[in-house]
Design a protein around this ligand. Structure first.
Ligand SMILES: NC(=O)c1ccc[n+]([C@@H]2O[C@H](COP(=O)([O-])OP(=O)(O)OC[C@H]3O[C@@H](n4cnc5c(N)ncnc54)[C@H](OP(=O)(O)O)[C@@H]3O)[C@@H](O)[C@H]2O)c1
Length: 155
């Protein structure tokens, strides 16, 4: 996969690792970077990096209607970076169902639904790549991270 001239979409692009993905993609010559976040207003600094190449999108990866809308806007994508993630704290014996469900919805279901939506697009554009941001904790269970462990392992 060549970054130069690729068209990338980064989820969770407004902060943390996602911001660095956007900056690095621009530096390495991506033709366009769709920077996606739940609140599009939080993407102003990312757009300011290169207003010609950074396209802000509203995206909650747990909302299938929004995923569909984003896929219909970003039909030129060749590189999907599933970066958005959720980490709630709590051990398997005490964490709430709501916290377990939130981590699973973002880290596994959202990643899967984004990949399902964009695989045909990437293929139609001649092929490319999907990058899934997992973690060491996908492979090694740690106390206090029940939802994160399970959801990242599932992904
Ligand atoms: N940082 C590390 O040391 C590390 C290590 C291993 C793996 N990772 C993985 O790398 C990725 C980024 O980590 P990070 O440290 O940058 O995380 P972070 O600072 O907590 O940022 C998480 C990002 O995901 C977004 N997000 C959360 N729920 C979402 C949803 N339902 N729909 C769309 N976006 C959503 C957040 O948006 P809001 O701003 O709207 O909340 C934010 O942009 C995650 O998948 C994480 O598990 C990180």
């Amino acid at each position: 996969m060549q970054i130069k001239n690729s068209v990338a979409l980064v989820t969770g692009a407004n902060r943390g690792v996602g911001r660095h993905y956007v900056a690095q993609l621009l530096e390495k010559g991506a033709a366009k970077v769709y920077a996606a976040a739940r609140n599009v207003d939080t993407l102003a600094k990312m757009v300011a990096l290169d207003p010609q190449r950074v396209v802000p999108l509203t995206l909650d990866v747990t909302n299938s209607a929004i995923i569909e809308a984003v896929a219909s806007k970003a039909e030129d994508v060749t590189l999907l970076i599933n970066n958005a993630g959720s980490l709630t704290f709590g051990g398997a014996l005490d964490v709430t169902e709501a916290k377990l469900a939130k981590d699973m919805a973002v880290n596994n279901d959202g990643l899967r639904d984004m990949t399902r939506a964009f695989t045909p697009i990437i293929e139609a554009n001649g092929g490319g790549a999907v990058v899934n941001m997992l973690t060491l904790l996908s492979f090694v269970s740690a106390p206090g991270f029940a939802g994160y462990n399970a959801s990242k392992a599932a992904a």
